[in-house]
Design a protein around this ligand. Sequence first.
Ligand code: PLP
Length: 453
Amino acid sequence: MHPAAAADPAAGAAVKADDRAHVFHSWSAQGLIDPLAIAGAEGSYFWDYDGNRYLDFSSQLVNTNIGHQHPKVVAAIQEQAAKLCTIAPGFAVDVRSEAARLIAERTPGDLDKIFFTNGGAEAVENAVRMARLHTGRAKVLSAYRSYHGATAAAINLTGDPRRWPSDTASAGVVHFWGPFLYRSAFHAENEQQECERALAHLEQTIAFEGPQSIAAIILETVPGTAGIMVPPAGYLAGVREICDRHGIVFILDEVMAGFGRTGHWFAADHFGVTPDLLTFAKGVNSGYVPLGGVAISAEIAATFETRPYPGGLTYSGHPLACASAVATINAMAEERIVENAAEIGERVIGPALREIAERHPSVGEVRGLGVFWALDLVKNKETREPLVPYNASGAANAPMAEFAAACKRGGLWPFVNMNRTHVVPACTVTEAEAKEGLAALDQALTAADAHSV
Ligand code: PLP
């Protein structure tokens, strides 16, 4: 049904009234938000009760890789609900077995055992626990400019300037700088120098902390929320080598970058690197039912052959979630959705964004791959001063708020974080949809330009 035909402002107002009265929203000052009431969604679009349709360039929280309401996934959830809604994690059940096999067939190297979770942060919690039990060591190293989730260990591993000022640091988490040439922590002049200096910095951090005390290094293969920073060639292979030399478990967090987002099934495939543990969620089933997991190497799986693994929740490997993962992965393969992400990204989105950057004073850098792109917005291209300061709110954040409002007026739902907008449509995005969104983005950037010189 076309959204205009379904418009029902009175129903929208009722949804909004109950929301405002009773829903306590995540990541929000409850009195300062005005959530849009959503009536429906399909493919690359969703719409409100007033008949306004938005092209979803955010994929929600970068998870609807297969688009909204994919009919094969919806049908699989309905069929599974009719057959077996729930069963405890201790049983073997067809959809769980099949989901694990389909995932293991696609993960790199020998990551052939799958531990299911209900989302990304829980996957990170368990990967860290596995690494600590496997090594008998406590510390975990993670990068500044990273996001690993909002639960206890995951938020402490997160290296994001928004980290909760009231949180106490978790014992044993050590942050280091990863490579990011545009805002280099190492004053590097090119990608090779950035790579070498970032690896030397990591080596030095390990030497100071004591290699024998470090259980794991966790990295997003391509850091997402923090700015879609594609690592230089050789960096991840260098980290792999350092981990091997010191007996440290290498965890790659592919919660956002996995399942087609970068134009490969996993971002690690771009770099020819196999971690010891790989975390996933989001794109595994486009978030139709909560699901995540950890793909485990043969060596780490062997640690728990005779020794019980102490972890798991009531809903681990939930049948509805697993059925939706099976349908999602099969549809992605049948419809060549990963290939589409690579092709549209390279041929349409990347070149268009580079061309947009040349015309707009507010666009400092364009970076990304597949359907995973960031525009770093600046006050001044020369100085690279961010358009808004880190953690800006209220008036200080007005330039980004004005930009986001302009996108929405143009029918585009953007992903906005700090001084960046990320272009992260569904992996199913068509060329026409990509061009429609890029035109709206181009137009909306004039609102950001007004704050740049
Ligand atoms: N890891 C990464 C790389 C993420 O991007 C996210 C969420 O954005 C998480 C972990 C946390 O996932 P979830 O919100 O499903 O717990």
